[in-house]
Design a protein around this ligand. Structure first.
Ligand code: PLP
Length: 462
C-alpha cells in the first residue's frame, strides 16, 4: 500500500522515541504493511527486517495462528476487570510460562507469574518485588539495586534509574534513590588491553563479577536487595556477551550475600539465543526473570515477570496481612494479549523455532566470521549468540568518530535491509522464522555494504 506523506507540521508534533522530530519531518519513514520477514514503507519499498522490528517481531508479519487467536479472543472478551479477577487466557499463559521457566526457578510449588504489557513495566515490577520481598522476609534494610553501566532496563523512572548510560537519563535527574552500577566485563577487557595485558572474555568476566561482589560487600550486604543484568545486552559498542564464568560468580555472590538476581530478558527471552531464555543459554538461573518484546511477537503489548517459587511464597498470606504484591497495571493480563502470548508459545514449539534460531544463528555467525576474514580492515570483532549476532568495526581503520555504523545503516536501507547500527557497530536480530535463504539474503546485502565501505576507505587513503 502506498500513502501520501502527512504534512510536516503533523509530523513535527508526533513525539517518536528518542527522535528529533524536526529532522524526522524532513525525512519521515512511515510503514504501511508487512508479510513474513518483510516490511513495506509508504513509498512502496520493501525491506528485509533484520532486527525483528526492535527484537519484537520474532514470528513475522501475518502469522495466521496468532491472528486467529487474537481475533477469536477479541470477539469473545477483549478485557477482563483486573481489580476483580482474571481470565482463562491469562491462566493458560501463566501455566505455559510456569512450565517454561528455568528448572532452578521452580522451587517446591513452581514460579509466580506477573503478566504485564511492556518491558519497562516488567523490570520495574521485578525491582519492586525484590524490595517488598526482603521487607517481608526478615531483611527490611535491603533496598539497593546494583545494575551495570551500559545496561538498558526501560524508560520509566525506576527502570531508568537502573539503566547505566547517562545519554538516556541525565536530563531526568535526580532519579530514584538506591541504585548503583558496576562496570561490565567488556570495560575491564578494554582496560586490560590498553595496559598491554592479554585479557580475554573469561578473565574480564571473572574480574567484573568479583568487582560486583566487592561492591555488594562495600555497600553492606544487608542493604542490597538485588542485582539486575541483561544476560546479553546491546551497548554503544554492540552486543555484550559475558563469559559463562561471569554469571556463575554473580549467582554465587548473590547467594552468599542474600541478594536476589534479576535477569532482564526483554531481548534475550523467548528463543532469541536458541534457548527459551538467556538463563538456559548460560545455565545460570535468576530469582526474577523479566520477558517482553518477542513474547507476543508484537501482535499485542505483552510482558511478564517470572518469580522463583521460593520468592513468591513470601507474598502468600492471609487477607489483611499486606503480604500481597502492592503493584498493578490496568492492561496487565489483558485477555487478548494473553491469548496472543499462548499462540506465540504454541507457534514456537510447533515449528521448533528455537532450534531454528540455534541452527540459523550458527549459520549467520559463520557467514559473519567469513566476512571478517574477507574484510579484516573493516570488521574488528564478531559477537553474539543464537539469533543475536553482529559486529564491531575495526577501531583504528574505521574509528567511532567516522560513524561507520551509520554509513552501513544508510547503505543497508538503500539495499532494502533493516539492522540496528550504532556509530561503531552493526547488530542483527532476525525473526525466529528466518530460514537459511533469508540469512543468506541478509548477509549478501551486508557483503555489498561492507564492500562499498571498504572501497570508500581505500579511495580516501589512496
Ligand atoms: N529491558 C531491555 C533489555 C530492553 O531492551 C528494553 C527496551 O528496549 C526494555 C527493558 C524496556 O522495554 P519497553 O520499551 O517495552 O518498555
Amino acid at each position: 500500500m502506498t500513502i501520501s506523506t502527512p504534512d510536516k507540521d503533523l509530523l513535527r508534533h508526533l513525539v517518536l522515541d528518542f527522535k528529533q522530530m524536526n529532522q524526522f519531518a524532513e525525512e519521515p519513514w512511515i510503514f504501511t504493511g508487512g508479510e513474513g520477514l518483510r516490511i513495506q514503507d509508504s513509498t512502496g519499498k520493501w525491506y528485509l527486517d533484520g532486527l525483528s522490528g526492535v527484537f519484537v517481531n520474532s514470528l513475522g508479519y501475518g502469522n495466521q495462528r496468532i491472528l486467529d487467536a487474537a481475533i477469536t479472543q477479541l470477539r469473545e472478551m477483549h478485557f477482563a476487570p483486573p481489580l476483580h479477577g482474571t481470565s482463562q487466557p491469562a491462566l493458560d499463559l501463566a501455566q505455559r510460562l510456569r512450565r517454561l521457566a528455568p528448572a532452578a526457578m521452580q522451587g517446591d510449588t513452581g514460579p509466580g507469574i506477573k503478566l504485564l504489557s511492556g518491558g519497562s513495566e516488567a523490570t520495574e515490577a521485578a525491582m519492586k518485588i525484590a524490595r517488598q520481598y526482603w521487607k517481608q522476609a526478615g531483611h527490611p534494610r535491603k533496598y539497593k539495586i546494583v545494575a551495570r553501566y551500559g545496561g538498558y532496563h526501560g524508560a520509566t523512572m525506576g527502570a531508568l534509574s537502573a539503566t547505566g548510560g547517562w545519554e538516556r537519563k541525565s536530563v531526568f535527574e535526580p532519579l530514584v534513590a538506591g541504585f548503583l552500577h558496576h562496570h561490565p566485563p567488556q570495560v575491564l577487557r578494554a582496560m586490560l588491553r590498553d595496559l598491554g595485558q592479554p585479557a580475554d572474555d573469561t578473565v574480564a568476566g571473572i574480574a567484573s563479577a568479583r568487582l560486583l561482589e566487592r561492591t555488594i560487600e562495600a555497600e553492606d550486604p544487608e542493604t542490597v536487595a538485588a542485582v539486575i543484568v541483561e544476560p546479553i545486552s546491546i551497548s554503544s559498542a554492540g552486543y555484550v556477551v559475558p563469559a559463562r564464568e561471569y554469571y556463575e560468580i554473580l549467582r554465587a555472590a548473590c547467594d552468599k550475600h542474600n541478594v536476589l538476581l534479576i535477569f532482564d530478558e526483554i531481548i534475550t527471552g523467548f528463543g532469541r539465543l536458541g534457548e527459551w531464555f538467556g538463563a538456559d543459554h548460560y545455565g545460570v538461573a535468576p530469582d526474577l526473570l523479566c520477558c517482553g518484546k518477542g513474547m507476543g511477537g508484537g501482535y499485542a503489548p505483552l510482558s511478564a515477570v517470572l518469580i522463583a517459587g521460593k520468592v513468591w511464597e513470601a507474598f502468600l498470606g492471609e487477607p489483611g496481612d499486606r503480604r500481597e504484591f502492592h503493584h498493578g497495571h490496568t492492561f496487565g493480563g489483558n485477555p487478548v494479549a494473553a491469548a496472543v502470548g499462548c499462540a506465540a508459545i504454541d507457534e514456537i514449539e510447533a515449528r521448533d523455532l528455537i532450534g531454528n534460531a540455534r541452527r540459523q544463528g550458527a549459520h549467520m555467525r559463520s557467514r559473519l566470521e567469513a566476512l571478517q576474514r574477507e574484510y579484516p580492515d573493516v570488521i574488528g570483532e564478531v559477537r553474539g549468540a543464537g539469533f543475536l549476532q553482529g559486529f564491531e568495526f575495526h577501531a583504528e581503520r574505521h574509528p567511532k568518530a567516522a560513524k561507520p555504523g551509520k554509513r552501513f545503516e544508510a547503505l543497508a536501507k538503500e539495499h532494502g535491509l533493516i539492522a540496528r547500527c550504532g556509530d561503531e557497530y552493526v547488530a542483527f536480530a532476525p525473526p525466529l522464522i528466518a530460514a537459511h535463504a533469508d540469512v543468506d539474503e541478509m548477509l549478501d546485502i551486508t557483503t555489498d555494504c561492507l564492500h562499498e565501505i571498504a572501497g570508500q576507505a581505500e579511495r580516501l587513503s589512496g
